[in-house]
Design a protein around this ligand. Sequence first.
Ligand SMILES: NC(=O)c1ccc[n+]([C@@H]2O[C@H](COP(=O)([O-])OP(=O)(O)OC[C@H]3O[C@@H](n4cnc5c(N)ncnc54)[C@H](OP(=O)(O)O)[C@@H]3O)[C@@H](O)[C@H]2O)c1
Length: 498
Amino acid sequence: MSAAPARRPADLVIFGGTGDLAMRKLIPALYHCDRDGLLPSGTRVIAMSRSGLGDADYRDKVRAEVSVPGATPDDWRRFLTRLHHVSVDISAGVSAGGTNAGTGWDHLTALLTGGEERDRVFYLASPPMTFGPFCRGLGAAGLVTPASRVVLEKPLGRDLASAQRINDEVGEIFSESQIFRIDHYLGKETVQNLLVLRFANAFLEPIWNSLWIDHVQITVAETVGTPGRRGYYDHAGALRDMVQNHLLQLLCLVAMEPPSRNDREAIRDEKVKVLQALRPISGTEADRFTVRGQYTAGHVGGCAVPGYLDEPGSTPPTEASGRVETFAAIRAEVKNWRWAGVPFYLRTGKRMPFRHSEIVVRFKDVPHSIFPGGSPNRLVLRLQPSEGIELHLMAKEPGAGEVALRPVPLSLSFGQAFQGRVPEAYERLLMDVLTGNPTLFMRRDEVEAAWQWIDPILATWETAGTPPEPYPAGTAGPDGARELLGRSGRTWHEEEPA
Ligand SMILES: NC(=O)c1ccc[n+]([C@@H]2O[C@H](COP(=O)([O-])OP(=O)(O)OC[C@H]3O[C@@H](n4cnc5c(N)ncnc54)[C@H](OP(=O)(O)O)[C@@H]3O)[C@@H](O)[C@H]2O)c1
């Protein structure tokens, strides 16, 4: 599944090209694609923002702020010549058929004119409220060609209604086949390997069901808090920020039926069916099957850190700040024949003890054990910090006397097995956009089905009138998260006895 080179030169317009996402992820990913020879000569990256920078200033900014391990001066020189910058204030609008002189749109139009045959990608790495105005601006300026695509970054709305509004606004200018909704988790090697593991090996699929699997855990744990970001986070929270997109996408890939083809629609069709089969959770069920928490002061990695309400560099906390969850855990169920009775535990949080993202598939106990001290097999797919797959099997401890068992991992580390650099998710996904392959991007019905499931949970939480459960920074979330599994005698992966 290595990335294919682009077939012809492209113009990649990054709206929000001076922002954190562009500078930390997109520009380094494009640098790597260029160094690996995946960008045809003549491919341009046109960054847009309100900053007033010229091309040379933007190139200096990138050179000063972007660090890429192992980068050579020659590679930098070639890559920097691809970069351009256009200043535009989206709130200034654009007039259809007008000159738009001095708005920035005229500058973009001048740069793109004459390249109508080239692939044209508009990457919206800017706040979601700018998506509609930006697309309208592109439409009015006549910049959307048949070979154009648009990439939408998360968050796509804050509930079903707002997601539909954004989809409608973008859909006025771009057809669904031109819209690439990105979830960078889908570009990770392990996530793509999950499909290969399941559908290119014969041994797993027969036991990939409720007869053999006890439960599945999906965890995305971060050590970072939200310093300086309360303004954003008060209106988001962990459920919107992580569960609605990343965790549900991972759940889909674990739970989906084998698609009939490795093809953009076949895979996405199967993912949608999983989302549609999720058992709705609302009202009193939300109290039993969901947990929300907010971190208080504590220690992470040996350093003292403040609680959410005292994070520095933000606007003062409001009533909304006290209600927002920085941790969420959910017991989900997929109502179909394959998964009946198998809980999918989803968990994400900030200021957790260590940063890790993983999927743990916990198999059932052996039906009759003749050895003392065994524990069920588990398959662990690690996404962060390093990517790899481990199958934990029971083995005999070496030595004479009583047979003693110990779980031993059969381990596949991508870094070790495939020597060399493991490409970042954004590299893969940017190349997929440039080559027009939407398989790893979310379709409109997927995003909306995810919101449809999330909305009743949000509504219950918002009307609950009780604050999230506090948990000290540096711990694995509130007690309620342990109880969520503990009620059925289960534990989270890192709490399992070795
Ligand atoms: N940062 C991440 O790791 C990350 C990850 C996933 C998704 N995202 C999403 O990606 C988007 C961007 O995130 P970010 O962290 O990069 O934000 P950011 O650092 O605040 O950058 C926003 C960018 O958009 C530009 N911009 C904003 N309003 C504009 C306007 N009215 N007209 C023209 N340009 C405008 C800004 O440039 P000027 O202010 O100079 O105009 C800047 O380049 C957000 O929706 C975020 O949720 C971010």
